[in-house]
Design a protein. Structure first.
Length: 116
C-alpha cells in the first residue's frame, strides 16, 4: 500500500506561480512512476504531467507545456509540480498518482484556484 498526500494548493492570481508537493509513504517511491492529474468542476480528470521512476524522463500535457515542471526526490519520497504563468483554466483539484505494472494509487487532491 502507498499513501499519497498533496499540499501546496491555494488561491492565486492569473500569471502567478505555485508549487505543489506530494509526499508518499508505505513503500519507497522509487518503485513507482509518478504523475499529476487534475479535475475541474464538471469535467473529467485529465493528465497533467508524469515522471519516470528515476526521474530521467518526463512528459506533460500540451496545455501545460512550457509552464509546468514535474520533478521528484526519491530520497524524500516526494514529487513536485512547479506551476508558472498560471491561467484561470488551470483551476482544478490536482491529484498525485503513483503507478507501476501492478498497482495504482491516488492522493486526496489539493485545490488550485486561479483568479483572472
Amino acid at each position: 500500500q502507498v499513501q499519497l498526500v498533496e499540499s501546496g494548493g491555494g488561491l492565486v492570481q492569473s500569471g502567478a506561480s505555485l508549487g505543489l508537493s506530494c509526499v508518499t509513504s508505505g513503500r519507497t517511491m522509487s518503485l513507482y512512476a509518478m504523475g499529476w492529474f487534475r479535475q475541474a468542476p464538471g469535467k473529467e480528470r485529465e493528465f497533467v504531467a508524469a515522471i519516470s521512476r528515476s526521474g530521467g524522463r518526463t512528459n506533460s500535457a500540451d496545455s501545460v507545456k512550457g509552464r509546468f515542471t514535474i520533478s521528484r526526490d526519491n530520497a524524500k519520497n516526494t514529487v513536485y509540480l512547479q506551476m508558472n504563468s498560471l491561467k484561470p483554466e488551470d483551476t482544478a483539484v490536482y491529484f498525485c498518482n503513483a503507478r507501476n505494472s501492478y498497482y495504482e494509487y491516488w492522493g486526496q487532491g489539493t485545490q488550485v484556484t486561479v483568479s483572472s
